[in-house]
Design a protein around this ligand. Structure first.
Ligand SMILES: [Zn+2]
Length: 406
């Protein structure tokens, strides 16, 4: 089983400069190879990574003499990344031509110098990067201090070094044994996700838990707006095409802020999903239609801030890791509209109705927990309350229904 441990690095000044140079070198090689591939394709030749790499090595001393002191793995891995991206795009184009209606794959893009995430792959296969306690030994850079020790045992398969705008990280991919079995405390749970409360969990032993939404973006909006305004002013003063050091500093500031927002979200996501998967033997969740929900402009931002699907994806990974059963309910299951007591399905339920009230049996419950209870019943059916996908809700209105669960 492959697991990735992302560990923050504490490079010193000269190491940091070297890291930047390696990221730059990877970008340079990637962009050169992509430009060459496009040029050759226009003449009817498809050059893959195994052609592009020797071609790059041949001209390297001429076009990038500065790269001689850097690790060549950075360039090699970058061109191999491009190779894979071109392969995927080529397969997509063939599928389109064969009318297979494939999932869209974009053409590889040139890497930007000031992009969101700057990275390079440092290894040259297993064993070429070693980790010793809180040190990672990177080719041509040496031992760089890490903030914590590598938590997973096993062979190191890959090491990617990245800068997220705020800090440097080593993402260490380890081939490790499956996790030791932890006896679950509770048999099963149903989980309803939403925006106001990120998750409402109904356990099979009757316990209930709400997981709050940290909403890190909402808290940083005023700071972001201030920076964006300053950037806009700078563009007015200097012109868009003229670089200004002040504007570059502002971009860096904005990247740092976004990195912090992502960190808060990731920290919360990892802590909460680990707690649930360790505690519970079976997890039942709904299937979200986030793309459909994002079309609603009024909720798009808070929806993205909640990152519900990211939370569910992590939950699924962790459930798999701990050997838990993970049930994704049918996409059309009316988990919010169904009474968790008698199974009656409401024709309509508006978003503002926070309390579920059944017209049939008079059962009342918090709407999120009512939905969670229905999801729990998917894996642990209880007397009579068997629900089935709603035949009334046609595939044309999923957006509406999912918004109501929010
Ligand atoms: Zn009822």
């Amino acid at each position: 089983m492959l697991r990735t441990h992302k560990i923050a690095l504490c490079p010193n000044k000269s190491q940091e400069q070297l890291l930047r140079q390696h990221v730059g070198y990877a970008r340079f090689a990637y962009n050169w190879a992509l430009a060459r591939h496009i040029e050759q394709r226009q003449q009817g030749v498809w050059e893959n990574g195994y052609v592009l790499r020797p071609a790059f090595n041949a001209v390297k001393p001429e076009i990038a003499p500065w790269s001689a002191s850097l690790s060549q793995y950075a360039a090699k891995n970058a061109i191999l990344d491009l190779h894979k991206a071109l392969q995927r795009w080529g397969a997509y184009r063939r599928a389109v031509k064969a009318n297979n209606k494939p999932r869209r794959v974009g053409h590889p893009k040139f890497r930007a110098k000031h992009g969101r995430c700057q990275s390079y792959q440092a290894d040259n296969g297993p064993g070429t990067v070693t980790v010793d306690r809180k040190l990672v030994v990177l080719p041509k850079i040496g031992a760089v201090k890490m903030r914590e020790v590598l938590r997973f045992d096993g062979t190191i398969r890959k090491v990617v070094v990245k800068f997220d705008g705020r800090r440097w990280f080593a993402c260490v991919v380890v081939e490790s044994e499956p996790a030791p079995h932890i006896e679950p405390e509770v048999e099963a749970c149903g989980i309803d996700v939403g925006i106001t409360t990120l998750a409402s969990v109904a356990y099979s032993n009757g316990e209930r838990e709400t997981i709050a939404n940290p909403k890190p973006l909402a808290g940083a909006l005023s700071d972001l707006r201030r920076i964006d305004k300053a950037i806009a002013r700078s563009k007015n003063v200097h012109g868009i095409n003229k670089t200004s050091n002040r504007r570059l500093r502002l971009y860096a500031k904005r990247r740092r802020l976004h990195a912090r927002i992502r960190d808060i979200r990731a920290d919360h996501r990892h802590k909460t999903t680990t707690a649930i998967t360790k505690r519970c033997g079976q997890l039942s969740v709904e299937t979200l239609n986030v793309a459909g929900m994002m079309r609603n402009k009024r909720v798009a931002r808070s929806l993205a801030d909640a990152s519900m699907s990211g939370w569910l994806t992590t939950l699924e990974h962790k459930a798999d890791f701990h050997g838990r059963r993970f049930n994704k309910a049918d996409r059309w299951l009316p988990s919010s509209k169904t009474c968790s007591e008698c199974g009656e399905v409401k024709a309509a339920l508006s978003m503002s109705e926070r309390q579920y009230r059944c017209d049939e049996c008079g059962h009342t419950d918090d709407r999120d927990f009512n939905a969670a209870q229905n999801l729990l019943a998917e894996v642990q059916p209880k007397r009579g309350g068997n629900i089935s996908p709603d035949s009334n809700s046609s595939p044309a209105v999923p957006t509406k229904r999912k918004l109501q669960t929010a």
